[in-house]
Write a protein that binds this ligand. Structure first.
Ligand SMILES: NC(=O)c1ccc[n+]([C@@H]2O[C@H](COP(=O)([O-])OP(=O)(O)OC[C@H]3O[C@@H](n4cnc5c(N)ncnc54)[C@H](O)[C@@H]3O)[C@@H](O)[C@H]2O)c1
Length: 299
């Protein structure tokens, strides 16, 4: 048996919004393989995530069960980070005075990494599972400049910003460090409902991951993306007709079924493990093969 062993590794997981998030399943798979976890959540969602991690409601208890009978999810810390901001100096007045943000202290990327450096000193695994556009329901033709730039900033540039700030903790780790981000087919082919600048953001994220893989390879840091098939998470539910997109992908995929978040999580664990030690700068599709089809499958 070939084991995936991440024991002794520290994983910083961004993008947990609730227990439906891809990042939630990814965190559980990483921990099932032995990794310790720190979550970096959007400041407005920290309380929600902390509740899900501690509540006794049977649904929450069940959602904390690790796969492979590996026990129960345990997170070292839940930190607040809004990846729109590199430093607190970038934060606008209104946000700075918003108590839901202010109560977390320094919720910028720099603030997050300062805490990581002080409390842990190392990061072996960085998960980027973040996307946002204020106009996701608008087709490309109807997307404003401001929404387009927000989508690019939050969903794409944040990978560069997080890796730059994390670099002193990730470089030259024993066995190397790994970053994995999430992308979507809409970043390379037209998926009309994927508007609001999100398709452009995913296209940017995909070339950024290659650039970053080249920049950071000499420091023994690998950077890969998973292009996941459609799945009804909180973010995806904001997209028009996500259920239709899921059904259509399922019907037209070679495997004729939707993906599961566990499948994305398992692939992430593999990409972060020594089994993937020569894989960097890649986009791995976890989409039941949907992307390979040039026409609907024959019945
Ligand atoms: N669900 C799908 O169909 C699908 C398919 C392919 C790729 N993806 C990608 O998977 C990733 C995770 O999405 P998900 O589907 O799990 O949805 P989700 O809503 O659970 O996760 C998105 C996360 O982004 C976070 N976020 C948004 N703006 C932020 C900011 N400024 N600072 C910090 N965090 C911020 C949200 O808090 C949330 O936790 C995204 O990159 C998404 O594009 C999703």
């Amino acid at each position: 048996m070939i084991p995936i062993d991440l024991s002794g590794k520290l994983a910083l997981v961004t993008g947990v919004g609730d227990n439906m998030s891809f990042a939630w399943y990814i965190a559980k798979a990483l921990q099932a393989a032995g990794a310790k976890l720190v979550f970096a959540c959007h400041p407005r969602l920290v309380g929600i995530v902390e509740n899900i991690l501690t509540r006794d409601h049977p649904d929450d208890v069940a959602s904390r069960q690790l796969p492979f009978n590996a026990g129960t999810l345990k997170v070292e810390k839940v930190l607040a980070c809004d990846v729109s901001y590199d430093t607190l100096a970038d934060v606008d007045e209104k946000t700075r005075n918003d108590r839901r943000y202010a109560k977390h202290g320094d919720f910028s990327i720099q603030g997050l990494m300062d805490t990581m450096l002080r409390d842990y000193g190392v990061i072996d695994i960085l998960i980027h599972s973040i996307a946002f556009s204020p106009e996701i329901k608008n087709k490309a033709i109807a997307t404003s400049r401001s929404a387009y730039l927000t989508a690019l900033s939050v969903s794409a540039y944040s990978l560069t910003a997080l890796l730059r700030a994390a670099l002193p903790m990730m470089e030259h780790r024993p066995g190397g460090a790994a970053a994995v981000g999430l992308t979507y087919l809409g970043g390379e082919r037209v998926v009309e409902h994927y508007g609001g600048g999100m398709s452009s953001a995913k296209a940017a994220l995909q070339i950024d991951a290659k650039q970053l893989a080249a920049n950071l390879g000499p420091k023994n840091i690998r950077v890969n993306l998973i292009s996941a098939g459609p799945y009804a998470s909180r973010a995806a539910r904001a997209i028009t007709d996500i259920d239709k997109a899921i059904q259509q992908a399922a019907q037209n995929s070679p495997l004729r079924r939707p993906i599961t978040p566990e499948e994305v999580a398992n692939t992430t664990a593999f990409l972060c493990s020594p089994l993937a030690s020569a894989i960097t700068g890649e986009v791995i599709f976890v989409d039941c093969g949907f992307n390979i089809m040039g026409a609907p499958p024959e019945p």
